[in-house]
Write a protein that binds this ligand. Structure first.
Ligand SMILES: [Zn+2]
Length: 231
């Protein structure tokens, strides 16, 4: 098992929900990726993805051939011909082991997607982050809500959405290192949002604190760390 870096990411800005919708995988078999999927930010190359898929398919078909199936040998031969391998080969080289691993290390700074993800959101009540407008979802009229006491559309009478922005706090683990390039890319995709990352890795003994806003890094400090987190 690798050492794990524990990460804490705080996202603030006018439409945090949009950021959260972008970074999750809605139809992933991997539960974790439904909250945070690095592939949505810096896509894992198609060539490796296809090889991974092909390897999974092969393995499923291989395992589906019963050990006591009287036609086992024929089926193994057919399967081997379809995938261009020696009959009876138990697995195919997947994309991750054909360059995908190196790609992840280089592009995500960690060999796997995030694990152990927990997400909490709350109303962002910090100074200067209160939205002053709300758009009616029925007639699309935009209202200035600064002095409104009852949030109702002046045009059509529909209730207006609560426009106080969200703050998202996400905790997750990454293998060996924090996913700095991924957060950096995310910050550039949503330059009207701010991203603050803290990370802790007790095994090698380092931690850090970085912040991006307006699409660029504001600071990134690294410290020695001998606490209990990560490792
Ligand atoms: Zn309206």
């Amino acid at each position: 098992m690798p050492n794990w870096a524990e990460n804490e990411l705080t996202i603030t800005g006018p439409d945090v929900q949009k950021v959260l919708n972008t970074i999750c995988s809605k139809s992933s078999a991997d539960d974790e990726a439904r909250t945070l999927d690095f592939d949505k930010i810096i896509p894992y190359p198609k060539i490796y993805k296809e090889l991974d898929q092909r390897s999974n398919e092969y393995q499923e078909k291989f395992l589906a051939i019963g050990k006591d199936d009287p036609e086992r040998q024929d089926k193994l031969n057919t399967l081997a011909a379809e995938y261009g391998v020696e009959p009876g080969t138990p697995w195919l080289m997947d994309g991750f082991n054909s360059g995908g691993y190196d790609w992840c290390c280089e592009n995500w700074a960690t060999k796997w997607n995030a694990r152990g993800i927990s997400l909490t959101t709350r109303k962002d009540s910090s100074n200067g982050s209160t939205h002053k407008t709300a758009q009616c979802s029925f007639c699309q009229t935009v209202h200035n809500t600064e002095h409104m006491t009852v949030w109702v559309c002046q045009q059509c009478g529909s209730p207006l959405p609560d426009s106080q922005p969200l703050l998202a706090f996400m905790e997750f683990d990454t293998a060996w290192s924090p996913p700095i390039p991924v957060i950096e890319k995310l910050a550039s995709m949503f330059s009207d949002h701010a991203f603050e990352l803290k990370y802790f890795e007790g095994g090698m003994g380092f931690s850090g604190h970085a912040r991006w806003s307006e699409g660029v890094e504001q600071f990134h400090h690294q410290y020695d760390y001998d606490g209990p987190r990560g490792g």
